[in-house]
Design a protein around this ligand. Structure first.
Ligand SMILES: N[C@@H](CCC(=O)N[C@@H](CS)C(=O)NCC(=O)O)C(=O)O
Length: 300
């Protein structure tokens, strides 16, 4: 059963049970351990949060491009096959927003999830998590070539055959991840209709956030919160893909430029160097073959 740590805020932690954890060595890990990938948006959000709060942590790099997340070792820590993961003194927590909520409570030095705005923050983060696969659609279409983004059949098979239990019950999230990668292989990439849908989802959300930012300095209030970090990460990815904000989202654009002055924000959202090089070459290829992001942007 999920553990309620702040019952008054309806906050639910995803903490693995001992029986869910097949990679037993992590139970001996001391302190704050983070399993993450440099180019993963959820990991970027968590890393900025950790830096802003000055929390010391031990890094465990999981390369999503080479399939580290579908090894028995990693699946024995997170059966969903995704990063980030927190191992705190042998306890395994998954789901980036839940990890952040847990750590914000544990280290109250600089609160980024203030209790007086908790309901609003939860709503924003639920929405952010809900469109994560839209961000992935756009990333997998515009950041690197399909052949590089495709998971290996043997990795998918290993993932499919691995344990499916989170908090002692069969997990639906694993199936969502599995279906995503299987469809990517079957369709040889992301379909044009999915791209169009994902762009429209973002246009709607950006309009909403731009409106919030017309009323106050940050998205939730006049104070920086985790929602700003989460959306900064999304905007950095959208920017890489080719989205521009200045004309249609002026408040958002101003907020984005200001947050870019924070070195931690900028550094943690940079693509790994090899991916940066591949992405530049790929962008040129998309341009030459008339498949740029802008081609989709202005359609409804
Ligand atoms: N809801 C999850 C989503 C985690 C997620 O999808 N992580 C991505 C990276 S941002 C991942 O690990 N993808 C695995 C892959 O692409 O192979 C969370 O917030 O932690």
């Amino acid at each position: 059963m999920p553990i309620l740590i702040y019952p008054f805020l309806k906050i639910i932690m995803v903490k693995l049970l001992d029986t869910d954890i097949k990679t037993k060595e992590v139970k001996k890990w001391q302190g704050i351990n983070i399993l993450h990938f440099q180019g993963s948006s959820c990991s970027q959000k968590l890393r900025i949060f950790l830096k802003e709060k000055n929390i010391n942590w031990k890094s465990h790099h999981v390369n999503l491009v080479t399939g580290d997340n579908f090894t028995d070792w990693f699946l024995g820590i997170n059966p969903r096959g995704v990063v980030p993961v927190l191992v705190d003194n042998g306890e395994v927590h998954i789901e980036s927003n839940d990890i952040i909520k847990y750590l914000d409570n544990k280290f109250p030095s600089k609160i980024l999830w203030p209790s007086n705005e908790a309901n609003k923050i939860e709503k924003f983060l639920e929405e952010e998590d809900g469109i994560h696969l839209d961000l992935r659609n756009l990333t997998m279409k515009f950041v690197a070539p399909t052949f590089l983004m495709k998971k290996k059949e043997k990795d998918i098979k290993n993932f499919e055959e691995s344990s499916n239990f989170v908090e002692g019950v069969e997990d639906k999230q694993k199936q969502i991840q599995l279906n995503f990668h299987k469809n990517f292989i079957k369709d040889n990439g992301i379909s044009s209709s999915s791209i169009q849908k994902s762009i429209n989802v973002f246009k709607e959300k950006l309009t909403k956030i731009d409106n919030e930012l017309s009323k106050q300095k940050f998205i939730v209030s006049n104070q920086l919160t985790i929602v700003d970090i989460a959306w900064f990460v999304y905007l950095r990815r959208l920017e890489t893909i080719g989205f521009t904000f200045k004309k249609n989202y002026p408040n958002l654009s101003k907020w984005f430029i200001e947050l870019k002055n924070n070195k931690n924000f900028l550094k943690e959202t940079s693509l790994p160097t090899p991916l940066k090089i591949i992405s530049s070459i790929f962008k040129a290829y998309l341009f030459l073959t008339g498949q740029t992001f802008n081609k989709y942007l202005n359609k409804d």
